[in-house]
Design a binder for this molecule. Structure first.
Ligand SMILES: *Cc1c(COP(=O)(O)O)cnc(C)c1O
Length: 442
């Protein structure tokens, strides 16, 4: 039971469930993993969101990543208003989309980009392009990596290290997933086995540049070689492409995303979240030689009525322009402070946990006793979800809004100042105490 008023959210949730499946437009928002009523958000400003009952929370979701500068940033709002006043969609090329494409190219190794509306579209299109470029069908992905709700990627691994996938959702056909091979993140042997068996059929490997959707799991170093570098090497050896998905990490973990930290990148890269500045904008890009295979210059078809939308483009390019090196340095400092306080609070109440990060993107794993690192999904999946749920509600009741799943990253923004951090620091010991009670009760 929440100690904050939730009557309005409860009433809205009931109404929502009558007209929207589960009452939400995307499943994780429904609080299924933690129980309770999802908060209906009325407004947001800077580091804070306010729900329909008038409760204010420090926001650690940031719309699941896009709000790098904080909510309702005045300059972003101004750019959006000016763009909208000039017309909201033309279905024709604009100067603004050329500028956004150029900003992405300036910050990353890609030579050309195509703008789309969501991360899902970006990865779906990148895979189609990789298949069209190589003339091959199979895609290798990692269990626990999320690339949006693309049919061919909604697969569960069978038993064994490198297996052909099975649909993880009804509505996805066996035939679709028969071309998807599922391997274990950071497990090189599973990838080697897949290439031994299907090497000449694999069009591409798709990987998160640093895994962020199983909790944060950076690519591991082995014999001085980064996991993503290994993937690039083995893919190229077999004539396949590598796609590094930076939809979450791009323009967040550094100005140049994960590539800015480890200099590893795929032949194709996907972007989203931060580059849309809170609007539906995403992109995929790569070497011109590959991108030139796209329609209308090449034969691989890809299109979108609202792609490069002027309002989304204005929000995205303003966000990228304001995301200076100082912003990233401040985010890193904020994240370091916060991780230390989380560790202190959980240690004080003897709650077993592991905290992992890439840049300012981090997550707290509520692991069983004795686990000291989370290399991949098989370890991440062993988390104490009941302990997380208690911790989550402890934070929520004390005015801190965290992603309602133990597999989600914590998202900070440039608007998280000392006052916002102090509120989190005050809530942490109470949440840690609640987590301790859950452990003791089990
Ligand atoms: C969020 C995310 C996606 C999907 O983006 P949507 O805009 O939600 O479709 C793809 N890949 C990664 C790594 C993501 O974090």
């Amino acid at each position: 039971m929440s100690s904050l008023p939730t009557e309005v959210s409860e009433a809205l949730f009931e109404r929502a469930q009558r007209v929207i499946p589960g009452g939400v437009s995307s499943p994780v928002r429904a609080f299924r993993a933690v129980g309770g009523t999802p908060r209906f958000i009325r407004s947001a400003k800077g580091a804070y969101v306010t729900d329909a009952d008038g409760n204010e929370y420090v926001d650690l979701v940031g719309s699941w990543g896009p709000m790098l500068l904080g909510h309702a940033h005045p300059e972003v709002l101004d750019a959006v208003a000016r763009a909208a006043a000039g017309g909201t969609s033309f279905g024709a090329p604009t100067e603004a989309e050329v500028e956004l494409a150029q900003m992405i190219i300036d910050r990353t190794p890609v030579e050309q980009v195509r703008l789309v509306n969501s991360g899902t579209e970006a990865t779906m299109s990148a895979i189609r392009l990789a298949r069209g470029f190589t003339g091959r069908d199979k895609v290798l992905k990692f269990e626990g990596c999320y690339h949006g709700h693309v049919d061919s990627l909604l697969v569960a691994a069978g038993s064994g290290a490198a297996t052909l996938g099975h649909p993880s959702s009804p509505g996805v056909t066996e035939a679709t997933t028969a071309d998807t091979i599922v391997c274990t993140y950071n497990d090189r042997v599973s990838v080697e086995r897949a290439f031994e068996e299907y090497g000449d059929q694999i069009a591409c490997i798709i990987t998160e540049a640093a895994a962020g959707n199983m909790g944060v799991v950076p690519p591991a170093e082995e014999d001085g070689e980064n996991f993503t570098a290994f993937l690039c090497r083995i893919a190229h050896h077999h004539g396949a492409l590598l796609i590094t998905d930076e939809v979450m990490t791009g323009f967040r973990v550094s100005r140049s995303g994960q590539w800015g930290l480890d200099r590893q990148h795929g032949d194709l890269m996907t972007f989203g979240k931060v580059m849309g500045g809170g609007f539906p904008a995403a992109a995929f890009g790569g070497r011109a030689e590959i991108m030139q295979r796209l329609s209308p210059v090449g034969p691989v078809y890809q299109a979108g009525t609202l792609s490069g939308n002027p309002v989304a483009t204005a929000a995205g390019s303003t966000t990228l322009r304001l995301a200076t090196d100082e912003v990233y340095a401040q985010l890193d400092r904020t994240a370091t402070l916060l991780r230390a306080e989380i560790g202190k609070a959980l240690d004080a109440f003897q709650v077993p946990h592991v905290i992992q990060h890439s840049g300012s993107l981090f997550s707290v794993f509520f692991t069983p006793e004795g686990v000291t690192a989370v290399p991949d999904w098989s370890v991440s999946a062993t988390q104490r979800q009941d302990v997380f749920a208690a911790f989550f509600h402890g934070l929520l009741d004390n005015g801190v809004y965290l992603g309602p799943s133990c597999f989600e990253a914590w998202f900070l923004s440039a608007a998280h100042d000392d006052a916002a951090l102090d509120r989190i620091f005050e809530a942490l010991p109470k949440a840690a105490a609640a987590a301790r009670i859950a452990i003791t009760a089990a």
